[in-house]
Design a protein around this ligand. Structure first.
Ligand SMILES: [Zn+2]
Length: 217
């Protein structure tokens, strides 16, 4: 049986054969656990003692159950100074590259700056924009650069219809994030709009997950 993949969540799931979930662990806020996860310094939670926070992240990031670095990135609504955010983002890009693990990005009102910072360097890590809920053209331009989009509950508001119709399934992930919704509902909604069956989508997103996050059962 091909499992559903919840590619970014803040919820605890009981381990099961039917859903793979990658829990997000925010350094200084969440307890680190031995389940599949991503670990990162979120732009809302950059500590006063950032160097200590970064060394904590480095300690956990190399562990085998950590499949990705993040969520991290730039957020114009965060109270953290911009230079600090850019430095934390850069340190996490470097860490992802060094460990050859993908990046899960949190981006708020800063897509242009984020892409500039990413393109400023030789990046070998795959990049996943989580919680993408912007207009389709921006989505396509990110996909064209080789980035992945992780879509979640915002799609149920009906404003991602164009993107859902046209995004290449090979560039897609789905997530529950911090929303009170099941990953099955997200898949069902996506398939109804895209007019494909759920098994097709499950197969493709599982393949994407195995490829991008080097996951194997
Ligand atoms: Zn999140």
């Amino acid at each position: 049986m091909i499992p559903y993949v919840d590619c970014h969540t803040h919820q605890f799931y009981e381990p099961s054969d039917s859903v793979i979930s990658m829990r997000n662990c925010i350094v200084s806020t969440d307890y680190f656990q031995n389940q599949l996860c991503s670990v990162g310094i979120h732009p809302w939670y950059i500590d006063q003692d950032y160097e200590n926070q970064l060394s904590t992240l480095r300690k956990y990031a190399a562990k085998e159950n950590v499949l990705a670095i993040g969520e991290c990135g730039l957020d114009k609504l965060s109270s953290a100074p911009w230079e600090k955010q850019a430095k934390a983002f850069q340190d996490q890009i470097d860490l992802a590259n060094a460990l050859s693990k993908p990046l899960i990005l949190h981006t708020v009102r800063a897509y242009q700056e984020t892409v500039e910072q990413l393109q400023n360097q030789k990046l070998i890590s795959r990049v996943v924009f989580h919680g993408f809920n912007k207009h389709a053209q921006l989505g396509y331009s990110l996909v064209e650069k080789g980035y992945f989009l992780n879509l979640g509950a915002d799609m149920l508001k009906g404003n991602l219809t164009e993107l859902i119709h046209d995004i290449p399934l090979t560039s897609l992930f789905l997530e529950t994030d911090d929303k009170n919704i099941s990953i099955q509902e997200i898949y069902t909604y996506f398939c109804a709009v895209r007019k494909i069956n759920v098994e097709t989508l499950k197969q493709q997103l599982y393949t994407n997950f195995c490829t991008v996050f080097k996951y194997s059962k």
